[in-house]
Ligand binder design. Structure first.
Ligand code: NAI
Ligand code: MG
Length: 497
């Protein structure tokens, strides 16, 4: 199982433990079934760690613990100042253990260490810090009713929140889910993705170190069809927050009807990144690359449909292909790596499957187009950064989420054509627009049906700005003040005077 001596001794120790247990009611326990599963290192395909495999019974124990912690336990009754201080402490502990968390993330997910260190870990800390600030600012109203009464509203927590997260930003997605839920006074059952359970489990240790009471956050690693489904069905869980594929999102939407849970869904995308000929072309090339190769393209809002104005299409395509072809690929743990491996064998097969589909559909590969089995990378799940041209918006590679380092260039004639083609998708998560014309930028930003539009930039995030989907990219908004809506409900109280 050993990882090379390129990581902190504490990381080596963390992954080499015979079993990483799950966190239920403040205790680290085995699965009720005794089952375990392995999580591989995507850079080598070798086993990285062994983890307790949660199932229905474990979710039940976790849900009961979270219910107790909510109904009887101290958490929702702490003063706002106490909860604020605790969330700030979590943020401090994430930072203090930043290198370790970043290395665990990179080993488990494959992403480059620079990204784990400079994006995932600081953003996770910032998320806890930001929501710590909200704890003392969640207020209700007094309403101008008939003066014979006094009426006011309370913003109360929803209760027990089931939170199912994906493998592309494991620590950060845990933070996006847990921080606002806790700020609003909820308790949680969190299920990390089966591909990447490790940073959530390390975070669980930090939550305990910060002094979070038992049962407030329970962390149950396991598979979607078993542990995930059990969360969605559990009668003691009041809300499900999910990030993942659109298919599973639809299934959760259906399944949640049984207990009428509140649901928020952050799903897939096929985002248009639109480059007009009047753009700063060298910036747009960089933006196109960041838009699709960041995190190996395993990003829900990746700019995978790169629309380029006809008159500059060919030169733009060449520039993107040249830059993509020279990106350094390797294990994420190597400091010089720009594009790491995909997360799993399954994802490798899915992405290379789409490369074949694209070629069969008649798209042209300008660079990449295949698995990377260069010396040293043979065992890992590497796919070369790939640029397709000759793509039409009705091809499968332009309609279906690939979730890998693959971009499809599609030419457009004019602004109207760009908007029509850009909106011609089931998804609506994000979009990019590149132009020097301010009016055009505003027009296109309004016309695109997506939850986020970036103008002359791409993949920019801030904890203060809401994120979520239109259309089949889901509903509900995470981050910013908007996330408080997901984790509170309003009670109206009447007093006769
Ligand atoms: P997935 O949607 O199956 O997995 C995401 C999470 O949902 C994981 O924690 C998984 O265990 C859980 N899950 C799976 N089935 C479930 C069920 N029936 N009930 C409850 N929870 C369930 O995604 P998967 O299979 O890992 O990746 C497939 C594709 O999904 C990717 O190629 C990509 O296109 C998309 N995806 C999108 C993400 C996003 O950020 N929007 C993240 C991950 C995947
Ligand atoms: Mg799946």
């Amino acid at each position: 199982m050993g990882v090379a001596a390129r990581v902190e001794p504490s990381v080596e120790q963390f992954v080499a433990a015979p079993l990483r247990k799950m966190l239920i009611d403040g205790k680290w326990v085995q699965a009720a079934s005794g089952k375990t599963f392995e999580t591989p290192d995507p850079a080598t395909g070798k086993v990285l760690a062994r983890v307790a495999e949660g199932d229905k019974e474990d979710v039940d124990r976790a849900a009961r613990a979270a219910r107790r912690a909510f109904d009887e336990g101290p958490w929702p009754r702490w003063t706002p100042a106490e909860r604020e201080r605790l969330l700030l402490k979590i943020a401090d502990l994430i930072e203090a253990n930043g290198l370790e968390l970043a290395q665990i993330e990179t080993l488990d997910n494959g992403k480059s260490l620079g990204e784990s260190q400079n994006v995932d870990v600081p953003s996770a800390a910032a998320t806890f810090r930001y929501y710590a600030g909200w704890v003392s600012k969640i207020t209700g109203d007094t309403n101008p009713t008939d003066p014979a009464f006094f009426n006011f509203t309370l913003r109360e927590p929803v209760g027990v929140c089931g939170q199912i997260i994906p493998w592309n930003f494991p620590l950060l997605m845990a933070a996006w889910k847990l921080a606002p839920a806790l700020a609003c006074g909820n308790t949680c059952v969190l299920k990390p993705a089966e591909q990447t359970p490790l940073t959530a489990l390390r975070l669980g240790e930090l939550l305990q170190e910060a002094g979070l009471p038992d049962g407030v956050v329970n962390i149950v690693p396991g598979f979607g069809e078993t542990a995930g489904a059990a969360i969605v069905q559990h009668p003691m869980i009041d809300k499900v927050a999910f990030t993942g594929s659109t298919d599973v999102g639809k299934q959760i939407h259906r399944e949640s009807a049984g207990t009428l849970k509140r649901v928020s869904l952050e799903l897939g995308g096929k985002s248009p990144n639109i480059v007009f000929a009047d753009a700063d072309v060298s910036e747009a090339v960089k933006g196109a690359l960041v838009g699709v190769f960041f995190n190996q393209g395993e990003v829900c809002c990746a700019g995978t449909r790169l629309f380029v104005e006809e008159k500059m299409h060919d030169e733009f395509a060449d520039a993107v292909a040249k830059a993509a072809g020279s990106m350094k690929q390797g294990p994420g743990i190597d400091a010089t790596t720009q594009v790491g491996p995909l997360v799993s064998q399954e994802q490798l097969e899915r992405v290379t499957g789409y490369l074949d589909i694209g070629k069969k559909e008649g798209a042209k590969v300008l660079t990449g187009g295949e698995r990377n089995t260069a010396p040293g990378l043979e065992g890992g799940y590497f796919v070369k950064p790939t640029v397709f041209t000759g793509v039409r918006n009705d091809m499968r590679i332009a309609r279906e989420e690939i979730f890998g380092p693959v971009v499809a260039l599609i030419p457009f004639k004019d602004e109207n054509d760009a908007v029509l083609q850009g909106n011609d998708t089931n998804y609506g998560l994000a979009a990019g627009v590149w132009t020097r014309d301010v009016s055009k930028a505003h027009r296109v930003a309004r016309a695109i049906r997506a939850g986020t539009v970036w103008v002359n930039c791409y993949n920019v995030f801030d904890v203060t700005s809401p994120f979520g989907g239109y259309k089949q990219s889901g509903y509900g908004r995470e981050l910013g003040r908007a996330a408080l809506e997901l984790y509170t409900q309003t009670k109206s109280v009447w007093l006769r005077i």
